[in-house]
Design a binder for this molecule. Structure first.
Ligand code: NI
Length: 136
């Protein structure tokens, strides 16, 4: 019997969507306002889901205090109130789309969570636009 536990988190960050191999015109055409050279911000909502068997001794799939702390130290501290393009090294060369941010978050968290547990990350860039990644 597997159960999924979810933890919600939040961070504000600025980004610019841009492909350095393209002309400004093509960037503007594909990314629209998100290609603005002066950046713009989003209120990102993050949901981290961990799925697995309930541990017989604790009754937990994963201790939510541990998951909360993990998200605070590994994600919020790194992303919150940051310019993703300029201040988060991975996005120097990776376009900080919601898709890529979700994959980066998953890759950061995965080694910190027991291998037997499944991990899924859902990231809302706006209340209506969100992406999810579960690895592979
Ligand atoms: Ni944007």
């Amino acid at each position: 019997m597997k159960v999924t536990v979810h933890r919600k988190a939040h961070f504000n960050a600025a980004h610019r969507l841009y492909n350095a191999d393209w002309t400004d015109a093509r960037n503007a055409h594909v990314f629209g306002k998100c290609a603005n050279p002066n950046y713009h911000g989003h209120n990102y909502e993050l949901i981290v889901a961990v799925r697995g068997e309930i541990h017989p001794e604790t009754g937990f799939v994963m201790d939510m205090k541990v998951l909360k702390h993990l998200i605070e130290t590994e994600i919020e501290a790194v992303f919150d109130h940051k310019n993703l393009n300029e201040e988060v090294p991975v996005f120097k060369t990776l376009n900080p789309t919601a898709e890529n941010i979700a994959v980066v978050i998953w890759n950061i968290l995965r080694p910190h969570i027991e291998e037997v547990l499944e991990l899924s990350v859902t990231l809302y860039e706006t209340p209506r636009n969100f992406v999810s990644y579960s690895g592979a």
